[in-house]
Design a protein around this ligand. Sequence first.
Ligand code: ZN
Length: 494
Amino acid sequence: MQTNYETLTEAVKELAIIGSIGNVLGWDMHVNLPPKGNMLRAQQGSYLAGVGHKKFTGKEMGVLLAALCIEADAGNLTEDQALNVRKLRQDYEKATKLPTAFVEEKSEATSLANQAWVEARMANDFSKFQPHLEKIVELCRREADLFGYQGHPYNALLQLYEPGMTVEKLDSVFIQLRPFLSVLADWVIADGKKHRPVEGKFPLEKQRELVKKVSALLGFDFTAGRLDISPHPFTVSFSPNDVRITTRYSEKNLLYALTSTIHETGHGLYEQGLPADQLGMPLGEACSLGLHESQSRLWENHVGRSAEFWQFMLPALAESFPEFRGVKLKNWMRQANRVERSLIRTEADEVTYNLHIILRYEIEKGILEGKIQVKDLPEVWNSKMQEYVGVTPDTNANGVLQDVHWSMGSMGYFPTYTLGTIYAAQLFAQASKELPLKEQVAAGQFHDLREWLRETVHRHGRKYSADELVEKVTGSPLNPRPLMDYLMAKYVAL
Ligand code: ZN
């Protein structure tokens, strides 16, 4: 007779197959789809999501998980099995907390809001988006109530992206980080170290070869993944044996493709490093968005923007791109690490980036609390931008309308970017204590760092929360100090 755990394994495998088919369709949508195919693709995606949701939230699954939890409590399962069962039970409870009517209402509201956002941004007209955003805010408040929470309602939304994180923890970190970053930006910009810009026209074919080589050098396994082109780079995994990353190119700017490829390679390495034999189980899934982002930021910033990396890369670049012949390391480091008071989050440098995030976090909290009204958002946004980043947006399209997240109903998502940046600095500082990273990176050797991340982070799946895992690896829970030390040291040396 089949054990309950075997029955669960079969059901989970089926869910993983449904989920991965949805991911294949999603990848194809962003990489290959002709515009007229959009409508059917959206229907295919929501059909599959519906099938998966129904299977997972059905009574059968509830009964099976309840029975297995009793087995786990009685000590009849292995440690890994018990962990999978308990996490799946939590997922099940979360998924069944939202009534179908609510899920459908939110799905319809976000699809309308997304269209309205595209139009509003194009027309630079916030009023087109305002009523939709008001509806989304109302839905997010209801969603928080349906999930339930302790303390701040924002805590309920945070759990969707960063399990275990709270407003209290975020506030205590951001209160240290924001003034530090503001002062550092002021100082670096006032200091205004000069460089001679390396300019040119970099043929796309050669760039393609280069970024693929770099991704492979960092350890991305091209027999278990692909690199393609999409306007907004992303990573999606069908399984650890088939991970898709994308990038985009600019003829004028070599860093444009290179940094985004390194970033997505970091995400891809995490997905390729998850245990393949746990496909669909919590132990086979990434821990949180914040921890995922820590992997991309670690490779993009701590490796890919470091002097050691460029010490190794510049001579290689000069072979393919004559513009780089004779370029001095210091000059190029200043170009690659320039700090600017800029309007657009996704184009921001390492110092100002997290100010853009803290601004969004504070606005989201204020909106949920009812202290900020949606109609006042453009004004609130602009004045906070002036206060935090030191620049006022020229248009709402370059201000409050720039990000897609709110139109998708994703409140509570933004902080994971900064959490990722903080975790990355903590992890890299620890790896630097255990490995001769400066020497290795300068020699183009990335194997040890990749294996270290595999061992300390990737292979654990969702065994620990991100905060717990980082504490286990570095000895300290969420702590902005290593990030502050790293940025300080970097910009003093530039
Ligand atoms: Zn990322």
